[in-house]
Design a protein around this ligand. Sequence first.
Ligand code: SAH
Length: 268
Amino acid sequence: MSVVQEAIARLIPHLTPFEPGHVWLAGAGPGNAGCLTLDVIHALASADAVVYDALVEPSVVETARSAQLVHAGKRGGKASASQDEITGLLIELARQGKRVLRLKGGDPFVFGRGGEEALALARAGIGFRILPGVTSALGALASAGIPATMRGTNKAIILATGHAAGGKEDVDWAALAKTGEPILVYMGMSNLARITDALTRGGLTPSTPAALIMSATTPQERVLISSLGSLAAEASAHGFESPAIIVVGEIVRMRSELLGLARQVEAG
Ligand code: SAH
């Protein structure tokens, strides 16, 4: 047994058993297998059915060797099952007495419709459990070397969705801009220019540090460091696309300082 297997074996008695007829709504983190929680690995190994979203890495889903695998799609622009179809399927599988793992990218309760799915399960009287995951914005910051909070720089962070930018359900970007706190935007790539413009109209100067972190924690990760005024143009010039997190605020500056120092340490 490897040292990793031994460590996991010691932790297994502390894990909650996966009961038949239950649904576990879980987050697989931003992509890297190292970000999976032990609960999720346990669930993958013991599930009878896994219903997973597009942003979950195939190599992670493939660890559930003995389970029925259902791809629920759910990625902007691509054909996917409707939310009602997904919740209907979860309920049906649970009523067949299966252990059902509902696996989402990041954390299931952060912009992942996990709340809606949990509510549908509760209403149907199905036993469920929520397994947290590393949410992609925080995983992306860690991976890119940008501290989410830094004493003297910020006392709060804002997580927002850019999905509805420009539409009726849009976020009040001006109100967020006025807080002066860093803003992390999920699902914002197709509305990037709209979002940066709205933040500028809301009072942030075009020179405010801004970044994009694409495919964070995966081998395809790319980071763009820019300013609020130039971010959208540079993103298209350099081919940045979804999935990515938009980061706006002074915390972005810490990256060059940290990485510069890290390089000195490596060199020394
Ligand atoms: N529940 C998820 C978010 C789902 S919304 C979570 O907690 O992370 C989907 C959005 O998440 C994408 O549009 C993108 O903004 C972000 N995202 C997901 N995986 C990502 C990754 N590896 N790198 C950067 N952003 C990612």
